[in-house]
Design a protein around this ligand. Structure first.
Ligand code: 2AM
Ligand code: CA
Ligand code: CA
Ligand code: CA
Length: 264
């Protein structure tokens, strides 16, 4: 059992590094950009190539495992039974295209719905965040210190301006007071990196209204192993088979935000 997960962990880290090398090389070549659901929902040939790279590796090495990937080359995963890999080949495609930085590979491995392994790889900074259930969270092999409680007044919170302007998912008046009371706000355009930054203590919380399982699967395991809390905006557990609002936070701050700003 432990041996099996050690082997999966080693393969996953190796493949992630290899994929990172491929992505950095691809940035020097011509990238084909298309749109998906709407004009700002971008996808490139690199997103697709990297997802296919992971799926081929996983299928060849672990034929009994299932794979759920953003670009649709994996399995039609309908349940969380068995071992399920949840992969986002490039999280922050808009940053990949426009900034050529601030994007990540995100990967989570679950067994019967329980997060066992979580990875977020900041490709351009060569920062690999990795976590194994019960063993803690690491950045490039170094343990991340356990997250300590903090108050809103001292918190730097990651939040996209969309959620405090007119939008389909939340009354802008709900989060505006939180923006006012926090020490500062940031927005990086990669959900995975924002979760990694909470795990690393660079951010105190991250709030967003709609993410897919591949956006948060790696970060869920990582942040929990660092001692942080991951729920939807209303404090409920995330559903790994659906879109969710996502609220990631240090302890203490999570309760304070829920009580003072959300559950009013
Ligand atoms: P992506 O780059 O893998 O698509 C950007 O605000 C963050 O939200 C990114 O992590 C992005 O992931 C994610 N996201 C989720 N759904 C999205 C959508 N429909 N369009 C753009 N970004 C989306
Ligand atoms: Ca996308
Ligand atoms: Ca994503
Ligand atoms: Ca993506």
């Amino acid at each position: 059992m432990q041996e099996q997960w050690k082997e999966i962990d080693e393969h996953a880290q190796h493949w992630i590094k290899e994929a990172g090398t491929k992505i950095r090389a691809a940035l020097a070549e011509k990238i084909t950009i298309e749109t998906k659901a709407h004009r700002n929902d971008l996808v490139t040939n690199v997103d697709r190539d990297i997802e296919r790279f992971f799926i081929e590796k996983i299928r060849n090495t672990f034929p009994g495992h299932h794979v759920l990937g953003e670009e649709g080359f994996g399995d039609a995963v309908k349940t969380l039974q068995g071992v399920v890999w949840i992969i986002d080949p490039i999280d922050g495609t808009m940053n990949f295209v426009h900034q050529k930085r601030n994007f990540a590979i995100s990967l989570g491995v679950f067994e019967n719905g329980v997060g066992i392994l979580g990875y977020i790889y900041d490709v351009m900074n060569d920062e690999l965040y990795a976590a194994r259930k019960g063993a803690g969270a690491f950045l490039n092999g170094k343990p991340l210190p356990r997250l300590e409680p903090v108050s809103v007044a001292e918190a730097v919170i990651s939040l996209n301006a969309t959620w405090v302007t007119e939008n389909k998912r939340i009354d802008p008046k709900v989060l505006a007071p939180l923006v006012k009371d926090a020490r500062g706000t940031r927005s990086y355009g990669s959900a995975a990196l924002e979760m990694a930054y909470v795990a690393a203590g660079r951010l105190d919380a991250y709030i967003t209204m709609r993410l897919s399982p591949w956006d948060f699967a790696g970060g869920l395991v990582l942040v929990q192993e660092a001692g942080g809390i991951v729920t939807n905006l209303y404090g409920e557990p995330l559903d790994l088979l659906k879109k969710n609002s996502v609220f990631v936070s240090k302890p203490g701050l999570h309760e304070e935000i829920l009580q003072k700003y959300i559950q009013r």
